[in-house]
Design a protein around this ligand. Structure first.
Ligand code: GLA
Length: 388
């Protein structure tokens, strides 16, 4: 899918030209996993895989969506927003409209055609791109006056309240706020952010898609959140200046370890360590020290595998295989877990060899063809036909 294709599809389906074309990218996260909902830091970026929207206003209140890749449409004739059991993709679009209305924001009717080259189920946040992308185009078409950060927050609410996944803010933030050749450090405590150049000429980011999406992803994710909240409650009862796991030092945690159940202690240990790793990773990036960054990525994987327990055998295998290659500086599972991609920091000249090695190993171990995606960091959500 691209700019031209989505315009043509719109014209074919609706017999008119779209008013606006929007690109809403997927995201990677260099480091800082499961830290967003613990008021820590994350270090994501938008990528050159995206959802493309073509859209125009309607004169009535109807909401009309066409998912080009699935060749499915959904229409709400009177603009009413009701959870869809059959067409789950529609809930990402309806959810943000529902949340916007709660804030008194009332966009009118809309025709939207969208298509994507973000691989589904790969943990690259196609749902966040869908949610924030549709809000972005409504904001443009109906001049709703929303800032980019308003869009990010509304998109998260749509997913939390309407879809029921208690995700943090990282995915929408990365999709909307990305910048070409940069990652962005977001402080999830106060939503302040800084861009860090990531344009080292000699290293590349390569994703290896395990091709698995284990069941119960959402429920396990929500359970991790609850476990972190339980840990926080106990630690707060010992020191009322603690507002989130961000405020907990490793020393404080180990001093009071006996107060927490073994599982909750493991979860909190991971989060407290990971928040510090992001700070160290930014330090490394500022000095273009890719070796240290890579080491931190390996440490993150170990934490996610053993303490946070959100990895899976396929992703552990991919990280172990990557580790054998001296041209790989760092590798780890990326995103929420239980499937999806690993992210690998690889010396540029060694990328073809790395891909061949990983594909051969995955085929032998799992009889599966491993998909790999070298990624570029791009701008966040943008209008492509000259409006802004
Ligand atoms: C998912 C969630 C994010 C974040 C990551 C883990 O992608 O949507 O908010 O919590 O998992 O870092």
């Amino acid at each position: 899918m691209d700019n031209i294709n989505i315009q043509q599809t719109f014209s074919t389906v609706l017999g008119q030209k779209p008013e606006i074309i929007v690109r809403a990218p997927g995201r990677i996260n260099l480091i800082g996993e499961h830290t967003d909902y613990n008021a820590g830091y994350v270090l994501p970026g938008a990528i050159d895989k995206a959802i493309w929207f073509a859209a125009s206003k309607r004169t009535d209140q109807a909401l009309h969506f066409y998912a080009a890749d699935l060749e499915e449409s959904f229409t709400s004739e009177n603009g009413e927003v009701i959870f869809q059991r059959e067409k789950t993709w529609a809930n990402y679009l309806l959810g943000v409209i529902s949340e916007a209305r709660k804030d008194g924001i009332q966009p009118g009717g809309i025709n939207v055609v969208f298509g994507s080259d973000i691989p589904l189920g790969a943990g690259l946040s196609s749902s966040a791109a869908l949610e924030s992308g549709v809000l972005f185009l409504l904001n443009e078409l109906y001049q709703l006056g929303l800032s980019r950060m308003d869009i990010v927050k509304l998109a998260q609410r749509g997913e939390n309240e309407f879809v029921g996944m208690k995700c943090g803010i990282m995915d929408m933030f990365a999709s909307v706020m990305g910048r070409e050749n940069h990652v962005v450090r977001l402080d999830c405590r106060n939503l302040q952010y800084d861009y860090f150049p990531f344009d080292a000429p000699d290293v590349s980011l390569v994703l290896c898609d395990s091709g698995v999406k284990h069941a119960l992803v959402d429920s396990e994710y929500n359970t991790r959140r609850t476990e972190c909240e339980e840990g926080l409650r106990i630690l707060q009862s010992l020191d009322d200046s603690i507002q989130s796991l961000r405020d907990v030092t490793p020393e404080f945690l180990s001093r009071h370890a006996a107060r927490l159940s073994p599982i909750v202690l493991q979860r909190c240990t991971y989060v407290v360590e990971e928040i510090r790793r992001v700070e160290q990773a930014c330090e490394a990036l500022m000095h273009n020290d890719m070796t240290s960054l890579g080491k931190l990525m390996y440490e993150t994987h170990e934490g996610l595998q053993h303490n946070y327990q959100v990895s899976c055998p396929e992703m552990d295998f991919l990280v172990e295989e990557a580790r054998k290659n001296p041209a790989v500086l760092g590798a780890r599972m990326m995103g929420g877990g239980f499937g999806g991609c690993t992210i690998n920091l690889v010396k540029k000249e060694a990328v073809p060899g790395f891909i061949a090695q990983m594909q051969a190993a995955y085929l032998e171990k799992y009889q599966l063809n491993l998909k790999t995606y070298p990624v570029q960091l791009t701008n966040g959500t943008e209008v492509l036909n000259g409006r802004r």
